[in-house]
Design a protein around this ligand. Sequence first.
Ligand code: PAF
Length: 283
Amino acid sequence: MKIFHTVNGLRDDLIQDRLQGLKIGFVPTMGNLHDGHLALLHQANQTNDIVVCSIFVNALQFGLNEDWDKYPRTYESDCEKLRAAGCDYLFHPDDVEMYPNGLDTQSRVICPTMTDVLCGASRPGHFEGVTTVVSKLFNIVQPDEAIFGIKDYQQLAVIRRMAEDLCMPIQITSAPIHREADGLAMSSRNRYITEDERPQATVLKESLDWIASQIRSGNRAFSELEAEATVQIERAGFAVDYVTCSNSKTLDLAADDDSEITVLGAMFTESARLIDNVSISEE
Ligand code: PAF
C-alpha cells in the first residue's frame, strides 16, 4: 500500500492509473477502522482496479462541544488493517493540507434540504462539514465509484443528493450495516458505551425493527409508532434524540403513499450518541 500525505503526491499516481484505464474506487474514513470499514474496502475491491482510502478526522464536521479532539486516532493499526484488506493507496493529509486557508475561510458546499432534520437538527453545521470535505476528497481522488456505509443513512442520502445536484460523475454505492453479534451497529463511538449500558444498547435497533415490522404489516400511524418506540428506548434507560419514519430518498417525514421508507433513530447513552436505521421497500 502506498501512503500519501499530500494532494499532489496522490494525484501524480492516480493520473498514471487513469491513463492506463484503471477504475478507481474510493472509501473515505476518519480512521479508527473496524470491520464495518473493512467491508467497504472489500466491496470497493470487487468492482475497481485501484482502491483508495482516506483517513482524515475532519474538524469542519464536529460541533464545538463534540469529540473532535478525543476522536480515536489509531493510524498505525489502521495502516495494518488497510494493507491486509488490499487497499492500494492511503491518503492521510493533515489539517493544513486539507484546509490551507484555514477552516473559517474555507469555501463550503451546502445541501439546503435534508441537513437540518434528524442528526442535522442536533448537530448544526455537521452535514455542511461532511459535504464540504467529501467534495474536496472527490475532487482530489476523482474516483469512478465511492462507497459509503448505510449506518450513516442521512450522510449517504445527502451525499447522493449532492452528487446528483452538482453533476459529479461518481457512482455513489451503499454498503450494508455491519453489526456486532447481538445486533449493535458497529461504530467508532461504541467504545464510549459503558459496560453497564452495553447489554441494553441494542434497544435502538430492536425498537426500529419493531416499527419496520408494524409498517410492513400495514400500520401507517407513523407518529404513534415513533412515540411507542421512544418509550421502549427510554424504558431501557437511554435518552432519545429522535425516532423518525422518513421518505428514503428525500428524508421528508414519511407520507401514507410512500413505498420506500427508512426508519431512523438516534439515542444518547451516558457518553455516546448512537444511530441506527432500517429501510422498508414495497415492491
Ligand atoms: O463517515 C465518515 O467517516 C465521515 O463523515 C466522512 C464521510 C469520512 C467525511 O469526513
